[in-house]
Every structure is written in structure tokens, then in C-alpha cells.
Design a protein around this ligand. Structure first.
Ligand code: G3P
Ligand code: MG
Length: 245
């Protein structure tokens, strides 16, 4: 099976991350899928934003969990990136799913529970995916092993990935314990040993965030299941050359 290219937070090198502008661009570039991040508002609405605060990617300040969805909607999530994107909004998971389900793309939802556990987020996200009929096209990933465990307990059919920036001891027994079906390692972790071990355990590798050509080629060579990249256009271009060479 050939490696799929996912747009990290949308095509986030070219448009403000995790906005509709970045997602539409990813579709235009013909990415195979989108990786995006979910946090929970004060009124329990799952929203698409990477950080726990809105400080970096909007014109206001505060913690997502202390603000309502309505309050988040009042912010500008595009102007920080470039004036051309002023007026972009933080969107809810519901709005995002309503859009992506009409495209052919796959989805990797990262539950951002590594700083705040957002009690109940797993159930809320699962209900949303079920409502939109997106369960079969979605992978749930998290750095938080409890989140993966809770998600696989709620639904053991949905695809899950364990995100990690270092190789823990007993990686494969840990993954089995929490019900993670794939490994989502940081690109620097990808080496011969890890590739071999994953092959042996029949664990797909979905590597992040791979932007430099040398690492993209390495991931293609390793036959990774997915490459998650801020520059999906570059990864797709390299892949074309790689297949024909
Ligand atoms: O899911 C891959 C990647 O997004 C994980 O790290 O911090 O970019 O969300 P981060
Ligand atoms: Mg992410």
C-alpha cells in the first residue's frame, strides 16, 4: 500500500493552521487526509485548535476551557498569520465534520488532552463522528494514553494511534494495553529498528511532522502508512518522483 499524505493542521505552511482556509487548501492540493487538533470549550463544545490557549493563533487571550464557543467565535484566527486571512474563525468539530464528510479525505483527529484531560471529550467526539457518519474514515490519536484507552473502551472498532516523541520501554505492550492500533511517532524516531519492530508487530506507522525532503523520502522509503506534513504539496510531489524512479 502506498504512503498517504496528510495535511498537518491543514496546509499550515501556507494558511493559518486549523482554519477552513488551511483545510480547503489541503483539499485543493489533493492531500489524502487532514490531521487536526481538538480541545473543549467552557460549554463543552469540541473545537479545532492546537494550543490550550488562544493567545498564539488569535487576536485575543485566554484558555480555551475558560471560554465559550460563542466567545471563541468573536476572535480572529487568521490575521496573526497574514492580513490576507483576517476574518478566519475558530470552528467547532461539528462544522469541520460537516465540511470534510463531503470530500474524499481521511481524517486524523488528535485529542489534545496532554495538558488538560477535558473529562468527557472522548464521548463527545465519538457522538459527533457517529452523527456525521465519519467513524470509518477517522483515526483518533493522542499523546495521552488514558485518552486512547478510554476511546477504545467506548468503541473498539475505531482506528486509534498512539502519539509519541520518544520511544517508551515496552512500546508494543503499552500500545496493546491501551488499544492503540497504530504508532504516530515524531519523524526523528523513525529508524531501522523502529520500522522493523512495527513491521513485526504489524503496527502501521504514521509519522509527524515531516517537512524536509530528506525526512519525507526516508518515510516513503520506510513505507510508512501516513506522512503528516505542513507541506502536503511537497510531500505529494516527492512521492510522485519516488514512485516513478
Ligand atoms: O498528530 C501529529 C502532530 O500534530 C502532533 O503534534 O503538537 O503538532 O499537534 P502537534
Ligand atoms: Mg496535532
Amino acid at each position: 500500500m502506498s504512503t498517504k499524505i496528510f495535511a498537518h493542521r491543514g496546509a499550515s505552511k501556507y494558511a493559518p493552521e486549523n482554519t477552513m482556509a488551511a483545510f480547503r487548501l489541503a483539499e485543493l492540493m489533493q492531500a489524502d487526509g487532514i490531521e487536526t487538533d481538538v480541545q473543549l470549550t467552557k460549554d463543552q463544545v469540541p473545537v479545532i485548535i492546537h494550543d490550550e490557549t488562544i493567545n498564539r493563533t488569535t487576536n485575543k487571550r485566554g484558555l480555551v476551557r475558560n471560554l465559550t464557543y460563542e466567545e471563541l467565535r468573536q476572535t480572529d484566527a487568521g490575521a496573526w498569520f497574514s492580513r490576507d486571512y483576517a476574518g478566519e474563525k475558530i470552528i467547532s468539530l461539528d462544522v469541520f465534520l460537516q465540511w470534510i464528510k463531503k470530500t474524499p479525505m481521511l481524517l486524523n483527529l488528535e485529542l489534545k488532552t496532554n495538558k488538560f484531560p477535558y473529562p468527557g471529550i472522548e464521548k463527545i467526539v465519538l457522538q459527533c463522528l457517529t452523527y456525521h457518519g465519519m467513524k470509518d474514515r477517522t483515526t483518533i490519536s493522542s499523546f495521552n494514553t488514558d485518552t486512547i484507552l478510554r476511546f477504545s473502551a467506548l468503541d473498539n472498532e475505531i482506528d486509534t494511534g498512539f502519539l509519541t516523541s520518544r520511544r517508551p520501554r515496552q512500546l508494543f505492550s503499552l500500545m496493546e494495553e491501551i488499544g492503540a492500533k497504530a504508532l504516530h511517532p515524531k519523524y526523528r524516531l523513525l529508524n531501522k529498528k523502529l520500522i522493523q519492530d512495527c513491521l513485526q508487530h504489524q503496527v502501521p506507522i504514521r509519522v509527524y511532522t515531516v517537512n524536509q525532503p530528506v525526512y519525507i523520502l526516508r518515510a516513503l522509503e520506510a513505507n510508512c502508512d501516513v506522512i503528516i506534513s505542513d507541506v502536503p504539496d511537497r510531500a505529494l510531489e516527492l512521492q510522485k518522483g519516488y514512485i516513478t524512479s
